[in-house]
Design a protein around this ligand. Structure first.
Ligand SMILES: NC(=O)C1=CN([C@@H]2O[C@H](COP(=O)(O)OP(=O)(O)OC[C@H]3O[C@@H](n4cnc5c(N)ncnc54)[C@H](O)[C@@H]3O)[C@@H](O)[C@H]2O)C=CC1
Ligand SMILES: O=C(O)[C@@H]1CCC=N1
Length: 259
């Protein structure tokens, strides 16, 4: 496929890094800023440098608030049977089709772990997409990690609040956990190693186990032991559940506002 990225900042750049490893597709980036692009990727800074009906896919990877201003100038560059793919949080198919007309549109919600090929993406395709387009885009997004098709836009907005924004939550949890490890006496390098390896190992243990997460937690919590003492603080008054509930609901509400 011949693919145009409108915007190639943090998220578009992370995905492009994986896609560029595969010689199957060719990429053009349209961005006023010339970021450090993988070899073989063409860069243009404005739409007038493009030809009519050049692309099979146009990936919209600019901020949602910019789409109404920027996208109209690029519509001519998509082939008549091409497909728009948007990774913009919240921005609905109705908003995009209001700009591009009744065209094949796929909303994808990736996350930053795409940078290392371990991303999680949700994918919703509108009715104008053919089965072939859906499977081509699903396979293409799958090159950046796992791809979960969903059957409504609302599911994309809910998934945004879990996996799209998730790396932000996890980076902050890691920061706080590392700070606590340093506070108890470890240097930063050791604190990072202890925390990262504990989290990676725990996630993998949970992934490989048939037990519930609650049972796994109980299995490492000796009666009147150290883990119990720590968990009594972490879980006191249901504060952790309340915090995570409020976190994901705030992100979901923001996705709805960005429609
Ligand atoms: N950062 C993240 O973790 C995630 C971001 N997204 C979505 O990805 C989109 C991009 O977000 P980021 O990459 O974080 O933002 P960013 O600010 O890093 O990248 C935006 C890019 O758009 C470019 N740009 C600005 N004006 C332009 C124009 N007129 N024409 C073409 N390009 C233009 C900027 O130069 C920049 O390279 C957003 O819609 C966001 O909702 C989705 C999932 C995760
Ligand atoms: O913060 C944002 O709006 C984007 C979308 C999901 C993650 N980052």
């Amino acid at each position: 496929m011949n693919i145009l990225l409108i915007g190639c900042g943090k998220m578009g750049g992370a995905m492009l890094r994986q896609w560029a490893k595969d010689a199957e597709n060719s990429f053009t980036v349209a961005d006023p800023v010339k970021h450090d692009l993988p070899a073989g990727v063409r860069h243009v800074s404005k739409p007038t440098s493009l030809s009519e009906a050049e692309f099979d896919v146009i990936l919209i990877a600019i901020k949602p608030q910019m789409i109404a201003d920027v996208l109209p100038d690029y519509v001519f560059a998509l082939k008549p049977d091409g497909c728009f793919v948007s990774i913009a949080a919240g921005c609905s198919v109705a908003t995009i089709s209001g700009i591009v007309g009744d065209r094949a549109i796929v909303r994808v919600m990736p996350n930053m772990a795409a940078m290392v090929g371990l991303g999680v993406s949700g994918l919703y395709a509108n009715d104008a997409c053919t089965e072939q387009q859906q499977s081509d885009v699903t396979a293409w997004i799958g090159q950046t990690g796992t791809c979960v098709p969903v059957d409504s836009e609302d599911r994309i907005d809910r998934l945004t609040a879990i996996s799209g924004s998730g790396p932000g939550y996890v980076f902050e949890i890691l920061r706080s956990y590392v700070a606590a490890a340093m506070d108890i006496g470890f240097d930063e390098a050791t604190a990072r190693a202890l925390v990262f390896d504990t989290i990676t190992g725990t996630v993998e243990t949970a992934r490989q186990s048939d037990e519930t997460l609650e049972d796994l937690r109980k299995s490492v919590t000796s009666k009147n032991g150290t883990t119990q003492a720590g968990l009594e603080q972490l879980m006191r008054d249901g504060q952790l559940d309340a915090l995570l509930h409020d976190t994901v609901h705030a992100a979901y509400a923001r996705a709805a506002e960005l429609k």
